[in-house]
Design a protein around this ligand. Structure first.
Ligand code: 5GP
Length: 212
């Protein structure tokens, strides 16, 4: 039996929660924990032309596609946003996002500032954007090296580009300095919970109040 609470829960309008940061600022682990602790959020899995890294799984980390397939998706309008990041293309499949939001679930996006800008232009009312800053550049480099999945050359390239990525923090709704994993996770959770309570995201409120 569907309870009143579930009925109204179903009528909630999903949040598009974007997490951006330079590589190595802790965003991937934060996204993973957000997804584990809250069954109402689903990750948007991007398509990319980047080669698969060791340990990555097609359909879980990304949908790894050829340039030709990526171009086809762009031409057919299948991507909600897309951008070139470090010589590779990345994009968000539109269908999955629309279905998930329509079903009253939140969608988490691990995308860069270029993609966030496109979502701000196309989906501003649903968008909540969070930028994660590293505590220092030295710490960022240390985290990139620990990960050890990229060559020295790639790490150096990413460090150089991190500065450029970070210059976009003023375009985000919220900015968090990731000094401590648990504290940062708590802050993102608080942001999401507050945004879910916004009046405009609860279209069932009128009916609910009338039924009291
Ligand atoms: P990586 O290659 O390390 O997985 O990701 C590189 C960068 O691409 C990250 O900053 C990540 O947020 C960004 N990215 C991943 N998927 C997408 C996407 O679908 N769209 C955009 N605009 N950026 C993405």
């Amino acid at each position: 039996m569907i309870t009143t609470e579930e009925t109204f829960e179903m009528r909630r309008r999903g949040v598009m929660l974007v997490l951006s940061s330079p590589s190595g600022a802790g965003k991937t682990s934060l996204s993973r924990s957000m997804l584990e602790q809250d069954r109402h959020i689903t990750l948007s899995i991007s398509v990319t032309t980047r080669p698969m890294r060791p340990g990555e799984v097609h359909g879980k980390d990304y949908f790894f596609v050829s340039h030709a397939e990526f171009e086809r998706m762009v031409e057919k309008g299948e991507l909600l946003e897309y951008a070139k990041v470090f010589d590779n293309y990345y994009g968000t499949p539109r269908g999955f996002v629309n279905e998930t939001l329509g079903g009253g679930k939140d969608v988490l996006f691990d995308i860069d500032w270029q993609g966030t800008r496109q979502l701000a232009a196309s989906n501003r009312p649903d968008l909540v954007s969070v930028f994660i800053l590293p505590p220092s550049m030295a710490e960022l480099e240390r985290r990139l090296r620990i990960r050890a999945q990229d060559s020295d050359e790639v790490v150096a390239g990413r460090m150089a580009k991190a500065q450029a990525e970070m210059s976009h923090w003023p375009e985000y709704d919220y900015v968090i300095i990731n000094r401590n994993f648990a504290a940062t996770l708590g802050q993102i959770t608080a942001i999401l919970n507050a945004e879910r309570c916004k009046r405009v995201r609860q279209p069932g409120l009128d009916d609910f109040v009338n039924s009291l």
